[in-house]
Design a protein around this ligand. Structure first.
Ligand SMILES: O=P(O)(O)OC[C@H]1O[C@](O)(CO)[C@@H](O)[C@@H]1O
Length: 536
């Protein structure tokens, strides 16, 4: 049945008319225990959803929609390796990447868990050698610099996790990331490096991605300028890929290749061998701790009743705002500098997954799907775009993420940071009334400008400290939230056909930029190419 024809959807539409005029001020005034009722603990996370424009009835109706859409069965289908990525005929098993050794998960009759752990063990052995200095470069020097070359899912996750877990990194090992095909990225990355002490990881699921292969070829040329001998490549280049043939063709010995599988989507691949630069930086033990955090959240998602299931609840709240309040965007606002890349990571995670307008049956959707995801760490965001969140005309649901303990307890920085977190969610929910301004003696002409309507919804997600386990839990929380929404919107969350057209057109345009051939595009594209040709 079409999503919007479901009785549960219609009930939510009617219910929205009741809730929309209500203010969070009233909802809190009416229920002393609201914070308790609408917050939960999931693994090591405290998730407070009480500052949302919902009642207990709203949550029941949203859960009923999830049930009606068969969410429970769809969760099981994913965890048990059914080929739910139908347009690519693949299972979706990133959860198997962090399952314990004794687990069993079958794809086409084969248990994938032994293979997962074999790769993890090889990664561990390799990382230990590099970290200890036992792995030598071609001229006998130990490795001091790691350069990960990848893009999209083969870059954003490692960058994000490396930044997030910096306090756990081995500081004498420099880790750099190159993704953009813009030559500036690789040129700046290697500028001060010594090739004799540098190891490149070429990370690409397909090993055909234009950006990555171009950067990898340039890295090889740069390394050979110093190392001279092709035989040096084996000591300075390793690959992470599902494509052994292309890895060999590039000149990397497949002994130095860490594999993964077609059932790992690029944007869900951080816990596969794509995490190699992270393991090199933080060490195998911390990497495995991160995996156990992921696994804890996976188990919570798979087993908790919907009323206590954090990814389900966050997913349903997102649907409530996206589909009933017409909120077009969702902000992720971490109050932790180490999570500076968290929103960027989930831009791909969410928008590449749920940015789809075709249903699983191949029809045009008649409802909104994935929101625009954006955000920056607090308090920088406060001094940039929070004005619009507080007083703009758009409703922007926000996730605030923060920790009780700082990794860098310098003076009173942390209490100041967290005071801002709490103050912002309070201000967004409750605003500031005309009456309060009058009582303060505010000049009447300024009252409209200084009034805050409030009623801006937020989720607050907290943990004691940003450890590897907690990071794993947070990432899995968002991954599964995306799944919940995609399943309810009835779209295929695990393909990404929308990125193909631009790639194909770029391949056609590339030779045109290097010749004077006649151009057959629209007048705008022709003009831009002509301008480039004339001035390059
Ligand atoms: O790992 P690969 O195959 O180089 O792909 C990189 C990225 O390109 C995409 O296919 C499209 O951007 C992503 O899904 C993927 O993460």
């Amino acid at each position: 049945m079409k999503l919007i024809d479901r009785p549960e959807w219609k009930e939510l539409s009617d219910h929205w008319k009741v809730i929309e005029p209500m203010h969070l001020r009233e909802l809190f005034a009416d229920d002393e225990k609201r914070a308790e009722t609408f917050s939960m603990t999931a693994c090591d996370l405290l998730i407070d959803c009480s500052k949302n424009r919902v009642t207990a009835e709203t949550m029941e109706k949203l859960a009923a929609l999830a049930e009606a859409c068969g969410l429970r069965g769809k969760i099981e289908a994913m965890f048990t390796g059914e080929k739910i990525n139908q347009t690519e005929d693949r299972a979706v098993l990133h959860t198997a990447l962090r399952a314990p050794r004794e687990a069993q998960v079958f794809v086409d009759g084969e248990d994938v868990i032994p293979g997962v752990h074999e790769v993890l063990d090889r990664m561990e052995a390799f990382c230990s050698k590099v970290r200890s200095g036992e792995w030598k470069g071609y001229t006998g020097k130990s490795i001091k610099n790691i350069v990960n070359i990848g893009i999209g899912g083969s870059d954003l996750g490692p960058v994000m996790a490396y930044e997030a877990l910096k306090p756990y990194t081995q500081r004498d090992l420099k880790v750099l990331f190159v993704s953009n095909v813009d030559g500036t990225h690789i040129a700046e990355a290697v500028r001060d490096l010594d090739a004799e002490e540098t190891l490149f990881i070429v990370a690409s699921k397909t090993f055909t991605t234009q950006e990555t292969m171009t950067n990898a070829q340039s890295a090889k040329a740069w390394a050979l300028e110093t190392l001279k001998d092709e035989a040096a490549i084996a000591r300075h280049f390793v690959a992470v890929s599902t494509n052994a043939d292309e890895v060999s063709k590039f000149g990397i010995d497949t002994v130095n290749m860490f594999g993964f599988w077609d059932w790992v989507g690029g944007r869900y691949s951080l816990t596969s061998a794509i995490g190699l630069p992270v393991m090199l930086a933080i060490g195998p033990e911390n990497f495995r701790a991160m995996l156990s955090g992921y696994h804890a959240m996976d188990s919570h998602f798979r087993t908790a009743p919907f009323s206590e299931n954090a990814p389900v609840i966050l997913g349903l709240l997102g649907i409530w705002y996206n589909n009933f309040f017409d909120a077009a965007t969702h902000a992720i606002l971490p109050y932790d500098q180490y999570l500076s890349h968290f929103a960027a990571y989930f831009q791909q995670g969410d928008m590449e997954s749920n940015g789809k307008y075709i249903t699983q049956n191949g029809e045009r959707v008649e409802w909104q799907t994935g929101p625009v995801i954006w955000g920056e760490p607090g308090t920088n965001g406060q001094h940039a775009f929070y004005q619009l969140i507080h007083q703009g005309t758009k409703l922007i649901p926000c996730d605030f993420i923060g920790f009780c303990k700082s990794q860098n307890p310098v003076g009173d920085h942390h209490v100041k940071l967290m005071a801002n977190f709490f103050a912002q969610t309070e201000a967004l929910a409750f605003g500031k009334t005309k009456e309060a301004l009058e009582a303060e003696g505010t000049p009447s002409e300024l009252i409209p400008h200084k009034t805050f309507e409030g009623n801006r919804p937020t989720n607050s997600i907290m943990a004691e400290k940003l450890t590897p386990e907690v990071l794993g839990q947070l990432i899995a929380l968002y991954e599964h939230k995306i799944f919940v929404q995609g399943m309810i919107w009835d779209i295929f969350s695990f393909d990404q056909w929308g990125v193909q057209l631009g790639k194909i057109l770029a391949s056609a345009i590339l030779p045109e930029l290097e010749s004077d051939s006649e151009l057959g595009h629209d007048s705008s594209t022709n003009k831009l190419i002509e301008y480039f040709r004339a001035n390059k």
